[in-house]
Structure formats: C-alpha cells, structure tokens
Design a protein around this ligand. Sequence first.
Ligand SMILES: *[C@@H]1O[C@H](CO)[C@@H](O)[C@H](O)[C@H]1NC(C)=O
Ligand SMILES: *[C@@H]1O[C@H](CO)[C@@H](O)[C@H](O)[C@H]1NC(C)=O
Ligand SMILES: *[C@@H]1O[C@H](CO)[C@@H](O)[C@H](O)[C@H]1NC(C)=O
Ligand SMILES: *[C@@H]1O[C@H](CO)[C@@H](O)[C@H](O)[C@H]1NC(C)=O
Ligand SMILES: *[C@@H]1O[C@H](CO)[C@@H](O)[C@H](O)[C@H]1NC(C)=O
Ligand SMILES: CC(=O)N[C@H]1CO[C@H](CO)[C@@H](O)[C@@H]1O
Ligand SMILES: CC(=O)N[C@H]1CO[C@H](CO)[C@@H](O)[C@@H]1O
Length: 433
Amino acid sequence: MSSIESSFVFNTSLIIQFVLISPVACPVCYVSVDQAFALMPLQPSPSPVLKNLNYVFEDSVTAFFSNQSSVFGGHSSLEQRNKSFDINESMTVHCGFVRGKKPGQGSGFDINDDDLLEMEQCRELVVASAIFGNYDMIQHPRNASEFSKANACFYMFVDEETEAYVKNYSSLYRNNKVGLWRLVVVRNLPYEDPRRTGKIPKLLLHRLFPNVRFSVWIDAKLQLVVDPYLLLERFLWRKNATFAISRHYKRFDVFEEAEANKAAGKYDNASIDYQIGFYRKEGLTHYSPAKFPITSDVPEGCVIIREHIPITNLFTCLWFNEVDRFTSRDQISFSTVRDKIKAKVGWMPQMFLDCERRNFVVQAYHRELLEQMIASGWNPPPMASEQSSRKLRPGSRKSPPSKKPSVKRKREKRSSSRRRLPKPVTGTTGAIM
Ligand SMILES: *[C@@H]1O[C@H](CO)[C@@H](O)[C@H](O)[C@H]1NC(C)=O
Ligand SMILES: *[C@@H]1O[C@H](CO)[C@@H](O)[C@H](O)[C@H]1NC(C)=O
Ligand SMILES: *[C@@H]1O[C@H](CO)[C@@H](O)[C@H](O)[C@H]1NC(C)=O
Ligand SMILES: *[C@@H]1O[C@H](CO)[C@@H](O)[C@H](O)[C@H]1NC(C)=O
Ligand SMILES: *[C@@H]1O[C@H](CO)[C@@H](O)[C@H](O)[C@H]1NC(C)=O
Ligand SMILES: CC(=O)N[C@H]1CO[C@H](CO)[C@@H](O)[C@@H]1O
Ligand SMILES: CC(=O)N[C@H]1CO[C@H](CO)[C@@H](O)[C@@H]1O
C-alpha cells in the first residue's frame, strides 16, 4: 500500500463527495431527535399469532443431511422448512447458531465472551454493520445526536483479516473502537463466502443482541448520515410498522432480479436457476400491480430498520434459512418468505422508496474497486476540509472510470411545520448499483 492510498482510505467523506452517480435521493421529513425520543412507543408492538419463538439447538448435528443447508444452519430438511411457515402461537425454528452454548459461543461465528456480555447490555437500539474479507472501508456515521451516542450501540462485525487492516490503517482505532463503532472480531466463520457470512449479522441481529428492542442494519459500503432514532420514528413508529426495508429502485419482479443477478455474474447461474425453479413450483409469480398492497417483490436490502418482536424475528430467521439453503442473494428469497408469512397471519414487512433510503445513507466504493481505480490511474481527491470540498462543483473533477456520472440536484423544499435535518450532500453523491 502506498502512502497516498493509506492516507485517504479511511477518509471516506472525501471519497463520497466525488462519487457522482444517479439515481438520486429524495426529501424525507424527520422530526427532531427530542420529538423522536418522545414518540418512542412504551410497549412492544403486538406480534400477530406468534407470541413465543424458540430456536433449534442441536449438540451434534446428525439430522437429515441436505447438500444445501449448512452445519451452522442446522441442515434443516424441506419438511422442517415447510413446518416453519406454519405459524402458531409458539414455535421452534432453525435460525442459525444451532450448535454451541449460545449464539457466538462455539456456534461458529464465534465472539469473545466480553464482547458478548457487552452486546447483551444493549437494550434499546443497535446500529450494526459488518465487513468480512476486508472488502469495505469503515464508514463513519455522521450526524448522530448526543442522545444516540449515549443510548444506541454501534457495532461493526469484522473478521481477523479486516481487524488487522483497520488496526494498521485507521487513525481512529482505539480499544476496539473505531469512531462510534465498536469493533467485534468474529472467528470460525461458518461460510467461505464473505457475503453469505455477512447475512448472519444482517438477518440474525435478534440472536446476537437478545435484549435489544430496535435495530438498524446498514451494509458496510454505506455511510449513515441521519440520526438512527429519526429513522425509527420515520419508518417504524409513524407508520405503525415493525419492519421496514426499501424497494429496489427499478426491479420489482423476482424473475427479473434473478436474470439481472445472472447477467452480472453475482452467483453461478445453475444455483440461481435452481432456486427460482423451486420457488416457481411453490407458486411464485411475476410481480404485477394486482399484488397490491404489495408494492414490490424485490428489496434493496442494504438497510433494514426493525423492531425485534416474535413475528419480525421469525421473518428474518426464515429468510436467513433460505439464504443458507439456496443462494446467498437475499433479494431473491425475500418475497417467498414474506408471502408465506403474510398468507398465514396477514403481517408483512413495509417497503419504502429507494430514493428515501438514499436520503439517509450514502454509498462509497468497495475498497477493492477503489484500489483498482487508483491502480488504473484515477487520482484520489486532494485532502480538503469538509467545508471547502463541499463547495466544489460536481463535474469539475475527473469522474471514476467506467461509470457514467449523472448529477442531479436535489430539490430543496422548505418546511416550516416540521423541522428538517440538514441534508447530507446527496446532490453530489449517490450509489453504484
Ligand atoms: C407443505 O405445506 C403445505 C401446506 O402448508 C402442504 O400442503 C404440503 O403438503 C406440505 N409439503 C410437504 C412436503 O410437507
Ligand atoms: C398449534 O400447534 C398445536 C400443537 O402443535 C396444534 O394443536 C394447533 O392446532 C396449532 N395451531 C395452529 C393455528 O396451527
Ligand atoms: C500492517 O502494516 C505492516 C507494516 O507497515 C505491514 O507489514 C502489514 O502487511 C500490514 N497489515 C495489513 C493487514 O495490512
Ligand atoms: C397498529 O398496529 C396494531 C397491530 O398491528 C393495531 O392493533 C393498531 O390498531 C394499529 N394502529 C394504528 C394507528 O394503525
Ligand atoms: C449466466 O446467465 C446469463 C444470463 O442468462 C448469461 O449472460 C451468462 O453468460 C451466463 N453465465 C454463464 C457462465 O453461463
Ligand atoms: C438432497 C438434495 O437436496 N439434493 C439437491 C442438491 O442440489 C441439487 C442442485 O444443486 C438438487 O438438484 C438436489 O435435489
Ligand atoms: C451529512 C449531513 O447531513 N450533514 C449535516 C449534519 O448536521 C449538521 C448540523 O446538524 C449539518 O450542518 C450537516 O450538513
């Protein structure tokens, strides 16, 4: 690593300001942090039908051996899968971590005891993310209120390789913390594919933080730029929702999504075809507006905002089981799990617009892509204070290779009735999708 690379690799706010890509963010109205706090429901939301969710635990996994589900997932059979969708007041389902004393202790995805103890102390809100395979740079949340700094926990799960890298190169690293994030090193990863491993913290946060009420998951490539309590108020409490995820910005149909995944080489074609064929036999159909109130079958799953109650926990367990059994492309399995649960109990996750998501998270490049760009002659932006760099006109710099920048200015609308948070520099940022 040359010094120029390492000197800016963790200065992500600079990088973000030079990533000029559509589609853009749209305005979202938030209340103030004080108001959000006052609006927090005192009682947990009701969980339809399911009141008591337990998890399969097996000391030695001798059950039916399928070639698809893993040891970590418990090799659940198709019959067990079928039964797990039969929603009842009290259920016991596979939900990863089937071995060991408890999640993170001898289960695979192992975590130090002192970290586990701290995680158990987290009670109200956890903001979580993960980097496995040293694939992303750490993104530092911006605009977290003092209230959130004091009341929410921020956890970044990493493997040993990523930890070594962060210790070397992040000037913010101190006592297992990097900025707001508490770094938790995970050992004995159950999957070779870091993206599949990443689905463990993403979908099974309720297993890792058994006492927490709310969680916000963000993929590591994203930087959170709005206070997390404001997201709970806006996307859950205000809407009486318990689970919120954004829609894919242009695909609504799982079959189309599968084709796009194949064309982009996201996973081997045969496995995607097998999964889609399986779902088709189970009754999956193309998306159409006739599915209303369902507005899409394809999520942009890089952000999940949820309340931890039995039905949302069941939803993510069963979603995880699909990721364990089939491909790790969770946007392919989302609608199948949702529709089976909805058919039984009427509950379903809420979906919001992708441009609303872009209002509160901004995307930087994966580290590898950045290094490739540097290797191919792209000049990193010069060091500058946030203040002065924000004033630079988009388009006045050389844009990244092979991605066509399209700059659209966000419309500014004044609202006098509600206080709005100052916006991130979304007009000049965006995401590669
Ligand atoms: C799966 O469940 C459905 C009803 O929920 C039932 O009709 C079907 O026979 C079950 N299939 C298997 C393989 O158990
Ligand atoms: C719930 O499970 C119990 C015991 O397995 C069974 O008797 C009951 O019929 C189930 N209820 C529903 C709604 O499936
Ligand atoms: C950490 O820095 C040392 C010395 O500069 C280097 O030899 C080592 O490869 C670095 N480790 C990682 C993981 O980058
Ligand atoms: C919110 O949802 C709960 C359960 O889903 C329901 O009982 C309640 O009436 C809803 N409240 C509003 C204001 O929609
Ligand atoms: C996988 O399928 C896509 C689209 O159907 C196709 O473009 C691609 O060449 C296939 N890849 C392989 C390795 O066959
Ligand atoms: C027992 C079992 O589930 N076998 C499956 C293994 O995976 C292939 C496809 O990858 C299926 O065709 C088999 O049915
Ligand atoms: C990225 C972003 O939204 N930054 C804002 C954070 O909040 C301060 C003031 O509260 C604004 O000045 C920033 O623009």
